[in-house]
Design a protein around this ligand. Sequence first.
Ligand SMILES: NC(=O)c1ccc[n+]([C@@H]2O[C@H](COP(=O)([O-])OP(=O)(O)OC[C@H]3O[C@@H](n4cnc5c(N)ncnc54)[C@H](OP(=O)(O)O)[C@@H]3O)[C@@H](O)[C@H]2O)c1
Length: 256
Amino acid sequence: MFQSNLFAGRTVVITGAGRGIGLEVARQFLACGARVLAHVGRSADRELPAFLTQAENEGRAALFTADFGDGKGTAGFVAAVAEQVATVDVLINNAGTMFGRYPAATLTDEQYNAVVQLNQTAVVEVTRGLLPLMRAAGTAAIVNTVSISALTGGSPGSSIYSSSKAFVSTYSKALARELAPDGIRVNCVSPGTISTDFHERYSSAEKLEATRRTIPLQRLGTPEDCAPTYLFLSAPALSGYITGQVIEVNGGQLIC
Ligand SMILES: NC(=O)c1ccc[n+]([C@@H]2O[C@H](COP(=O)([O-])OP(=O)(O)OC[C@H]3O[C@@H](n4cnc5c(N)ncnc54)[C@H](OP(=O)(O)O)[C@@H]3O)[C@@H](O)[C@H]2O)c1
């Protein structure tokens, strides 16, 4: 794993950091010297990896739980972060999920609202809430997790999820212009098909194998494949002239 002092003295907030892509992003930021404020999921019931609890014990990390299923959850998270720090250098909006595959004809209002609230509205709410702390930092970076499905539309039953990721992609481009005068860069990482609990829930082994065969690099991605792009887009020394961009991390699954 890449290790450096690239983020020494920097405060990094990551949502959805209890597992999958977000967990690896947290691990790599910690390895590069950041102080990490990690939202580790909806509840404290699940056991977390030792490196996170060790970082918490050493004062290098603070761990939070919150359900972003409504505005109260995101507001509570923002308030908890603001209680701990006066400035935020990096915000990674990564919490998200598909919830299920919902055919267009039978999609319920509850299903629609849940997908949009978590993947779209919560990103707006957390960003709005932490903006004063990012402005106070002088320069800052926001990196939002979107998806290859924002470009392709995704597979059957994922129309609302894919559209919510497209919203975040466009929202990020608009914010990049709006926040540039404040020294805040805004970019996205767009994962392809990454082996995490996400696909354990929503994709069969056959579907994943069929997808794998279409990928030029001939394998599914891993959280380790994704995390360095988040660090790259967060570090002014590496990407200080990049804003309003979406970097696709997909083994060539989509080349256009
Ligand atoms: N895996 C892929 O192929 C892929 C592809 C494109 C984009 N993505 C995106 O990448 C991001 C990370 O996904 P992943 O693959 O790492 O999935 P994951 O392992 O399922 O992790 C999802 C994270 O989001 C959190 N989350 C889910 N529902 C939440 C809620 N209601 N409130 C607050 N947090 C909630 C989860 O917390 P809990 O532990 O409480 O559930 C978990 O920390 C997501 O935005 C996903 O849409 C993934």
